[in-house]
Design a protein around this ligand. Sequence first.
Ligand SMILES: Nc1nc2c(ncn2[C@@H]2O[C@H](COP(=O)(O)OP(=O)(O)O)[C@@H](O)[C@H]2O)c(=O)[nH]1
Ligand SMILES: [Mg+2]
Length: 198
Amino acid sequence: MKILLVGGFLGSGKTSFIIKLAHHMIDDLGIGNIVILENEIGEISVDDKVLKGSGYEVRGLFAGCVCCTLAGELPSTIRSIEKDINPDWIIMEATGVAFPYNIKENLQGALGLECRIVTLADAQRWNRLIKAMEHLFVYQMKDADVVLANKADLVDAETLQGVLASIKEVSGCEEVVATCANEGIDSKLLDRIITGEA
Ligand SMILES: Nc1nc2c(ncn2[C@@H]2O[C@H](COP(=O)(O)OP(=O)(O)O)[C@@H](O)[C@H]2O)c(=O)[nH]1
Ligand SMILES: [Mg+2]
């Protein structure tokens, strides 16, 4: 059982990304058994119907943030999912303020599970938000395997280059890629996100 943690600020496109990824995993890679965990606090509600309609399990973790208040419960929640469903993958959408590296350390320490991290940024709002919340974004992107500058369709090419450079600097991540999660995401990129291999 492997885990992908999906981080990023409120509205950056995490749920849209997860839908695209889950479809790719099921339809193209033939991975039959995926559990999607949604940890949202007061966020735009997930399209549960969209997610559930596609034949995979979606569970909600609504009572707090898994990176802080729920940190103690998370390992046992994951263990019980392993026992009940034993999925190949758990894809976990963190809250818009969570630090995925905290969740990764928690799960690796408690359960020895392999975790990968993809963090999304909203390319359109990046330049405005980074001024006010640099600290949040630094920690949201810490240890990310890949960072996506999502909503790239909403900015011009020049702005996008600046946003990509700024995200690289803030995240220290080697792979920062522009995406449009509501349209489509390159399948090779999706493969790299889950396997780390080119
Ligand atoms: N234009 C545009 N809209 C997007 C993109 N990705 C997501 N959205 C829209 O942005 C909104 C928030 O996306 P969502 O996936 O719910 O973000 P989350 O809060 O991070 O889970 C939704 O209305 C999406 O349809 C994108 O790449 N481009
Ligand atoms: Mg969401």
